[in-house]
Design a protein around this ligand. Sequence first.
Ligand code: HPA
Length: 281
Amino acid sequence: MENSALKIKEWLSSHKIALPFLHVVLGSGLASSLDEYEKTQKDWTLKGVLSFSEIPGINPSTAPGHSAVYKFYEKNGKTLSFQTGRLHGYEGNSPQSVVKPLTVLCDLGVQKFILTNAAGSLQTHMKAGTAMIIDDQVNMTGLNPLTGPNDEKKGPRFPDMSQCYSPRINEILKKNLLQKKVEVHHGTYIGVNGPCFETAAEVKLFSNWGMGAVGMSTVFEAIALRHRGGEVGGISFLANMGTGLAEKAHEKLSGEEVLEEGKKKAPLILSAIFNSAEELI
Ligand code: HPA
């Protein structure tokens, strides 16, 4: 077992925390709201927080709005884990480093995952402040976390991607988002390297291709988890309209805007995720 997996295993055991039945990655805006949401819900008890910086082989996060920790909650002996913060390629991480916080959990036996992100909407009918269920993805980064020698014990050399995102988990997420009165769309997420936002020409291209949302994360994670046989659900929180698509198209995009929009809807989305988790035990 790799050092990172060993460390997490020993830490869970010393804190008497069972292996999670579901692991959720919270994207920008949603991540910073988990602490506050925690105070309003009583069902799940926080059992421990493990920082990436304590785990050998996992890089710390440098992205704004990303503290990069695992948080473990318990209810009736079942563990639900969250990852507030994730690693991105634009921070200088290799695709393999980006996926490490997730693949290590997969290697320990976690099988179900929900990936969330903040993204730019590529379709004018999908307004900022709404959510998009990720039906499928396009990896536009030119990179892949599975590049290099393949460990056949973990997954096949040429993994099938015909069902990258799980219709079952996505259906549960959609139902619970609608129950919380969050407007929900469906679409394809296109993952780019960043860190600059897209040009108007790029947004026009992706939009004409029929893509739903663009962002700088998630695609490597979904690929690596599917390689290992994980079941993955996905939500994009549409924090802003893609460059040039807003009614006031001259307005500039900023990282602060993305975080602020996320904060407003975050409690509803988090609540929908906790409710979805109940159905995935
Ligand atoms: N583009 C890329 N990544 C993003 C965006 C965007 O418009 N919004 C939030 N993350």
